[in-house]
Structure formats: structure tokens, C-alpha cells
Design a binder for this molecule. Structure first.
Ligand code: TMP
Length: 207
């Protein structure tokens, strides 16, 4: 089982992935949590370049290739072998982030991105994608007040984040079986309860 977590920065997905991992482990499930970009030695080095705010001149194509290079390494080193050994893999972002941010956000060609992502991921797709929906203004506010790292993408104009959110909504409409939209504007406990119910049903876990 491969579950990805998607949403704007500040949507609370990182807190929720940790909470779900703890809950699954208490139900005797083997779980691996990953994050993108990063999750491998090479990927973490790429993450530092991508998040560095002094790299403001980065071209959209360079950005795309760096996210994809990090993901190719993550799939080869972590995702593929763990899925093969029956571990539940939870990933904080996956290929859909590239469609949302580089496709809908930056305006790169979506058909080209889909073929590139297929190559990068060896065709691996999440079985379930949880999307944490929150408006960009609230997401930014949360991010600023949480003391989280402010990265190169956070300083993009609010219109960019609006296009990304709209992009996510389009992705959900295109593949509603795989996606679950979660209202992330409520409290962390309420969001965790929604996540638990969805995953419990998918994995047939009893209370
Ligand atoms: P995060 O680790 O705080 O989620 O930050 C990752 C940032 O990188 C976030 O702003 C979204 C962005 N991103 C992309 O633009 N494309 C991608 O493919 C991925 C994985 C992330």
C-alpha cells in the first residue's frame, strides 16, 4: 500500500503523516514515512538546492529536473524495495506535486510532465492520495506562525499558490477514485480523525 500526502505548504500534511504512522504502528502495521524532495542522501542534497532562497534565478526547467532527480533516487532506493517487501509507504508529496506546482503553477506542459513522471517513477502510482485542502492565505499564515523553514516556493506570489490549489482540484476531478479530499481548515485532531477513518476503511483495520 502506497499512500501519498498532498497539499499546499501549511496545509498540515506533515503533522498528519506522523500521526498516521504512529496510529498504524499501534495496529501492528509495518510503515515507512518518506518526504519529497529528499529522503535519500542524494535527494537531501538536491532538496537543499531547491529550498535555498538565494537560488531565486532558478529556471522552471531546472527546478523540474531537480524534483524529478530526487524522486527517481527515492523510488529506486526506498519506494520500490519497501513496497515489494509489503511495507506501507507513506510519502509527504509525490509525483502529483510536480503536476500541481511545475504544471499548473509554473505552466509547464502537462502531457510532457506525465510522460516524464512515468519514466521517473517506473510507473508507480500511489494507491491512495490524501489531499489536505486549505486556502493559500490561511496556509501561509500557518506557515509563518509555526516557525517552519520558509523556502524558495513559499516566497512565490499568492497567485502562484492559488494556481497550485486549483491544479490539485483538477487532478482530483480527473482521478476521483485515487484521491480523497480532506478539509484541512479544521483542527489537527479533527483532520487526524478524518484521515484515520479513510485509511481504516481502505486497509480493513478494526479499532
Ligand atoms: P515541503 O517539504 O515543505 O513540502 O516543501 C517542498 C516544496 O517543494 C513545496 O513548496 C512544494 C515544492 N515541490 C514542487 O514544487 N514540486 C515537487 O515535485 C515537489 C515534490 C515539491
Amino acid at each position: 500500500m502506497f499512500i501519498s500526502f498532498e497539499g499546499l505548504d501549511g496545509s498540515g500534511k506533515t503533522t498528519q503523516i506522523q500521526r498516521l504512522a504512529v496510529w498504524l504502528r499501534t495496529h501492528h502495521q509495518r510503515v515507512l514515512t518518506l518526504r519529497e524532495p529528499g529522503g535519500t542522501k542524494i535527494g537531501d542534497a538536491i532538496r537543499a538546492i531547491l529550498h535555498d532562497r538565494s537560488n531565486a534565478e532558478m529556471d522552471a526547467r531546472t527546478e523540474l529536473m531537480l524534483y524529478c532527480a530526487s524522486r527517481a533516487q527515492l523510488v529506486a532506493e526506498q519506494v520500490q524495495p519497501h513496497l515489494q517487501s509489503g511495507v506501507i509507504v507513506l510519502s509527504d508529496r509525490f509525483a502529483d506535486s510536480t503536476l500541481a506546482y511545475q504544471g499548473y503553477g509554473r505552466g509547464l506542459d502537462l502531457n510532457f510532465l506525465r510522460s516524464l513522471l512515468d519514466f521517473v517513477t517506473h510507473g508507480i502510482k500511489p494507491d491512495l492520495t490524501l489531499y489536505f485542502d486549505v486556502d493559500p492565505e490561511r496556509a501561509l499564515q500557518r506557515r509563518l506562525s509555526s516557525g517552519a523553514e520558509i523556502n524558495r516556493m513559499d516566497v512565490e506570489a499568492i497567485e502562484f499558490h492559488r494556481r497550485v490549489r486549483e491544479g490539485y482540484h483538477q487532478l482530483i476531478a480527473q482521478d476521483p477514485q485515487r484521491w480523497q479530499l480532506i478539509d484541512a481548515s479544521v483542527s489537527a485532531d479533527q483532520v487526524a480523525a478524518q484521515v484515520k477513518e479513510i485509511v481504516k476503511a481502505r486497509l480493513n483495520i478494526a479499532d
